[in-house]
Design a protein around this ligand. Sequence first.
Ligand SMILES: Nc1ncnc2c1ncn2[C@@H]1O[C@H](COP(=O)(O)OP(=O)(O)OP(=O)(O)O)[C@@H](O)[C@H]1O
Ligand SMILES: [Mg+2]
Length: 293
Amino acid sequence: MYNAFFGFSESPFSLSPDPAFFYRSERHEEALANLVYGVQARKGFIVLSGEVGTGKTTMLECLRDYLEANFIEFAFLFNSRINVEQFFEMIAYDLDLPCSRTSKTEVLFALNTLLVEQAQDGKTVVLIVDEAHNLEWEVLEEIRLLGNLENRNGKLLQIVLAGQPELDRKLDAPNLRQLKQRVVLRCNLTPFALREAVEYIDSRMSRVGMPDQQVFSEELMSEIHLRAQGIPRVINGVCDNMLLTAFAMETKVCTVEMLDEVCRDMRLDWPGSRRSRMRAETQESFERAPYKV
Ligand SMILES: Nc1ncnc2c1ncn2[C@@H]1O[C@H](COP(=O)(O)OP(=O)(O)OP(=O)(O)O)[C@@H](O)[C@H]1O
Ligand SMILES: [Mg+2]
């Protein structure tokens, strides 16, 4: 809506996990390097965890680009609320296995053939599961069994499980200790530090055609970082709404007043915000209230 007004080639703060906008914070760079290394070195299980909106799906999209560029076969499951039958059906579909997709036995047989063929060519196959914290226990158990397939050079199937921190807690459960033991690489995404958030905003603006942006001042970006608590998705939401407000007011400079309004509209909460202080006060008075029988 505001792209023409600012002269952007496309929206700088879209919420889609587009690798073209990928900003390499130290953590993100390290995590991507780990994922690529884990796949190349046939490490087997890799876990990518991180709070909501920290960039896990975007990172998996970068991994997908890498795999496609290197002609590595992969299955990418983005819907993890599936049962065992659907799990095998989706793998068969993604890997284009020549078998009846609804027969687990046939899928396993065809998958095994593909894995062995690829290994003979010095290649590997990757299974990526996003939102893995939602996986049912039975599906996780099937994934563990798939991870057992190996030859003398390493695992035949590389498995990347990405999810929110609940995933780590899930893997701590006693019945999943066998799976947990097999996880050789762990990557964790964290919110951006202030310097990274500033670079992140600048890099997105630069990507759409504004290399030396003056729309968001240094002070404003510092305030955005604080209020978004360094979470990329929230930064995107805030910046997008601020650009819209600026457009409506026919100005190319965003202000703290605009940020205040956007935060109110988005009902944002951050340490020290009025909402969080009010919540703390309510909690305190509730705790001080005499106990009524
Ligand atoms: N390193 C990054 N570079 C560029 N954009 C990023 C980065 N990290 C996150 N984003 C942006 O932040 C938004 C949220 O990212 P993403 O969907 O990948 O998060 P997520 O961790 O998968 O969230 P969820 O836990 O809800 O699945 C997207 O718009 C994405 O483009
Ligand atoms: Mg995601």
